[in-house]
Design a protein around this ligand. Structure first.
Ligand SMILES: Nc1ncnc2c1ncn2[C@@H]1O[C@H](COP(=O)(O)OP(=O)(O)OP(=O)(O)O)[C@@H](O)[C@H]1O
Length: 802
């Protein structure tokens, strides 16, 4: 047997036990009932002491203690099973011929044997509770011998062990059990066919039936199993016969039959009332269980939705991770990235399959819920129909009682008339009194029935109110179911959206995987190419390594040679150092010798310096004398000297029209005058020096340069140029425009000499140089550097030419 089937059977047994014992406060002794969804351990714990088992037997009308003492076999079984409630229960079960179990099964053994025992007990008692009558165990055992007509191939009447199984009582079964009132009514209908055939289809009168036949019918089970409608019809027909025949007496067997039928009807009404009374708490329990079931379903749906949301977020995260992995693939090798993506794809597909399974489970759960709700609705509709049947029966009974009263009145009237018209015999009188007593008894019974009917009416009102409550509860449940259906639709919508997202995600994943495959293929190609390149590079590297090894070998040989040379060099250097040390010692000696010699020379130099000092002391005197002699030479040359400079022809001048005929080295100049002849035509001039057109600026300055020294010796010197316009005065004194050092005129050269000599004499003489520039024009002297106009005219105030 699968674990699911075992769980279902255990749940059936627990539900039956709970429904059976709930009315008497659990186990009757305060023992807690097993929870609705009890596990094996829960069931063992609840049944371990056997109190609940014995309470169940007592609830079913069987006293376990009495049962265990009834026979030696049972007592022996109880002794074998052990003392206590468990032993008593097992003995009672064995006496009933039901499968038992070992007491150790309630400790650690398999609980399936206990469940089988409970279900067999339930089937045993439910099978004899047809009609809802809770009879005692002896009655039930007696009823065991009665066999209802059954179809041999009816699958609902066979259990797994091949034993004939009788349909369950709805009061004892689960709310959603397939066994319901339909089965009950069908059995009643089926069982009542013989009675119906006898009492409805016969053409004759009941009064014509022999008493032996009626007694046989009453003894049989046909009356018990006949439909209520048939019984009522029987009563009506008998009463009609009595009225129609206007007989003064009711045959005894008919009266017995009437009584029996009325008793049967009353029994059925009380049975129905009891059944309804029993079924209401079961319906409430069923509603509560349904409510719990709905809540559990709702929680389940919510958890499934959470799982789906988690899956959806997981998928988006996965996508994010995939994209990150794709973005970061530059850092991962392509093979590794492809492998990782395949693993992620497998994971995503697994999650998708799980989500689809969840969706299928949700849909299945929803269908089961809908099926259960439909069954519950059908059960409720049947209960309502039963209620209506009961009301109708009660109305019919009332009518029947009323009719019976009418008939009795009519019978009494007939009897009175017969008494007046005929002279009755004593036997008739005695019979009449007997029948009257019977009728009075029947009337009393009828009144009792009326009281019972009143009570039933009150109970029916109470049941109506409880039905109203149940109906309201059912309406609320219906609303909850509608809400659940709406939730289910929203969940289906979410699931469809998730499916769409999954499809989109799947397509994007497939695209991504294709891209990755393409990239992987490209990467593989690149890698292969790269591997080939690397192999070539490796070959090159090996070749280079070989070359390098050879080079290293040669280098090492070279270095060894160099090392040898270096060692030789170092040896030489050490030798040189030793030589140098010797040299330094000799050089030191030599330096000492030089120092000695230098000191001697310095002593000699001191002697010479003294001589030189004496000579220097005479130097100034000699210099003064030299200056004096120099200036005397200058004076001898003449304080006033006149030099003549002949400028060359300018461009555009006629070079043939020169008047210069002779230039002498001693300052002679002969000019020709073409206008005059003879001696007059030639004129001789005498200067200190005549400089020709080819004379340079330096040659001109050389003639006057000694005068500059005289200025620094304290003599007054004046140098000026004289000549007609354009004769070259400015050129000679200043030089041409933008002149180079070569073309400098007398002024520049004289000042240059002046500062040069003054610098050479700065150790002995400090000179102060000042400049004054004047213009003599139209016999007016103007100071060209003066600021005020008054100082421009000679004499220039306090300053005088030095
Ligand atoms: N020795 C020389 N060699 C070449 N060119 C010269 C020489 N002397 C004068 N000249 C040129 O002759 C022209 C007249 O000279 P410069 O201006 O010096 O005459 P000047 O006597 O100063 O005239 P002024 O009295 O009108 O100022 C100038 O163009 C000058 O360059």
């Amino acid at each position: 047997m699968s674990s699911a089937a075992a769980d279902r059977r255990r749940a059936e047994a627990v539900a039956w036990l709970r429904a059976l014992l709930r009315g008497c406060g659990g186990g009757g002794g305060g023992q807690p009932l097993p929870p609705p969804h009890a596990s094996e351990d829960d069931l063992r714990a609840a049944l371990a002491d056997g109190a609940l088992l014995c309470a169940a037997l007592r609830r079913l009308g069987c006293d376990p203690a009495a049962a265990s003492n009834e026979g030696t076999g049972s007592a022996a079984a109880a002794a074998a099973a052990g003392e206590g409630d468990v032993g008593r229960f097992l003995a009672a079960v064995e006496r009933m011929g039901l499968p038992g179990f070992s007491p150790s099964d309630l400790d650690t053994g398999p609980v399936s044997s206990v469940v089988t025992c409970l279900l067999a007990l339930r089937d045993q008692f439910v099978s004899h509770d047809v009609g809802g009558l809770s009879c005692s165990l002896p009655e039930k055992v007696m009823m065991q011998s009665m066999e209802f007509p059954r179809k041999e191939n009816d699958p609902g009447t066979q259990n797994s062990e091949g034993r004939r199984k009788i349909p369950k009582n709805p009061a004892m079964s689960e709310p959603s059990s397939p066994l319901s009132q339909t089965t009950l009514s069908s059995i009643s209908r089926h069982a009542g066919h013989s009675f119906h055939d006898v009492f409805q289809l016969r053409q004759g009168r009941y009064s014509d039936l022999p008493s032996s036949k009626i007694s046989e019918m009453m003894k049989s089970t046909s009356l018990d199993n006949a439909p209520t409608q048939s019984l009522l019809s029987v009563v009506n027909v008998i009463l009609d016969e009595l009225v129609e025949t206007k007989i003064g007496e009711i045959p005894y067997h008919l009266a017995c039959l009437l009584r029996k039928v009325i008793l049967e009807i009353e029994r059925r009404i009380s049975t129905q009332a009891e059944h309804i009374r029993n079924i209401i708490p079961v319906v409430i329990v069923a509603c509560m269980q349904q409510n719990n079931l709905m809540k559990a379903r709702e929680e389940k749906y919510k958890s499934r939705i959470r799982v789906l949301e988690a899956l959806a977020s997981g998928t988006s995260d996965q996508t994010h991770v995939n994209s990150n992995a794709t973005n970061g693939k530059a850092h991962v090798s392509p093979d590794h990235a492809v492998h990782q993506m395949k693993m992620e794809k497998d994971k995503t597909e697994d999650k998708k399959r799980l989500a689809e399974k969840d969706v299928v489970l949700l849909v299945k759960d929803k269908e089961e819920d809908v099926t259960r709700l439909t069954k519950d609705k059908e059960d409720m509709a049947k209960l309502l129909k039963d209620k209506e049947d009961i009301i109708r029966l009660m109305k019919e009974k009332e009518e029947m009682v009323w009719m019976m009263r009418e008939k009795e009145n009519m019978v009494s009237l007939n009897n009175g008339r017969v008494e007046d018209k005929h002279q009755l015999t004593d036997k008739d009188v005695a019979n009449s009194a007997k029948y009257r007593n019977e009728i009075i008894k029947l009337m009393k019974e009828k009144e009792d029935s009326n009281d019972t009917i009143m009570k039933l009416n009150i109970e029916l009102e109470a049941m109506k109110s409880s039905y109203e409550g149940t109906r309201i509860l059912l309406d609320s449940k219906k609303k909850e179911v509608l809400q659940l259906l709406m939730d289910k639709e929203s969940i289906e919508y979410i699931v469809s959206q998730l499916k769409q997202e999954l499809a989109i995600e799947r397509s994007s994943h497939q695209t991504h995987i294709q891209e990755l495959d393409t990239r992987a293929f490209q990467a593989n190609n690149k890698l292969e190419q790269r591997i080939k390149e690397m192999e070539l590079m490796l070959e090159d590297s090996k070749t280079r390594v070989r070359d390098l090894e050879e080079l290293l070998e040669s280098r090492s040989q070279t270095w060894e040679q160099k090392e040898i040379r270096l060692n030789q060099f170092i040896g030489l250097q050490i030798q040189n150092i030793q030589d140098l040390r010797l040299s330094s010692v000799s050089i030191r000696h030599e330096i000492l010798h030089c120092q000695k010699r230098w000191s001697e020379e310095i002593c000699d130099l001191g002697q010479s310096l003294k001589v030189l000092t004496n000579a220097a002391e005479n130097y100034h005197a000699t210099l003064e004398e030299n200056r004096k002699l120099f200036n005397e030479v200058q004076e001898l040359k003449g304080n006033i000297r006149v030099h003549c400079r002949i400028r060359p022809f300018l461009p555009g001048e006629d070079q043939t029209s020169t008047t210069i005929e002779y230039v002498g080295d001693n300052g002679e100049l002969i000019l020709a005058n073409p206008a005059k002849r003879g001696k007059e035509g030639h004129k001789l001039f005498k200067f200190n020096k005549v400089l020709g057109p080819s004379a340079s600026q330096d040659e001109v300055f050389k003639e006057i340069q000694p005068l500059i020294r005289s200025v620094l010796d304290g003599y007054n010197v004046c140098i000026f140029a004289y000549g007609q316009t354009g004769s070259g005065k400015t050129y000679t004194m200043t030089g041409p425009e933008n002149a180079t050092e070569k073309d400098w005129g007398v002024n520049y050269r004289a000042l240059n000499d002046l500062f040069h000599i003054s610098r050479s004499r700065r150790d002995t003489v400090m000179y102060k140089v000042s400049v004054q520039m004047i213009e003599i024009y139209n016999e007016q002297i103007h100071d060209l550097l003066g600021n005020s106009g008054s100082e421009k005219k000679y004499p220039f105030g306090s300053q005088a030419l030095k």
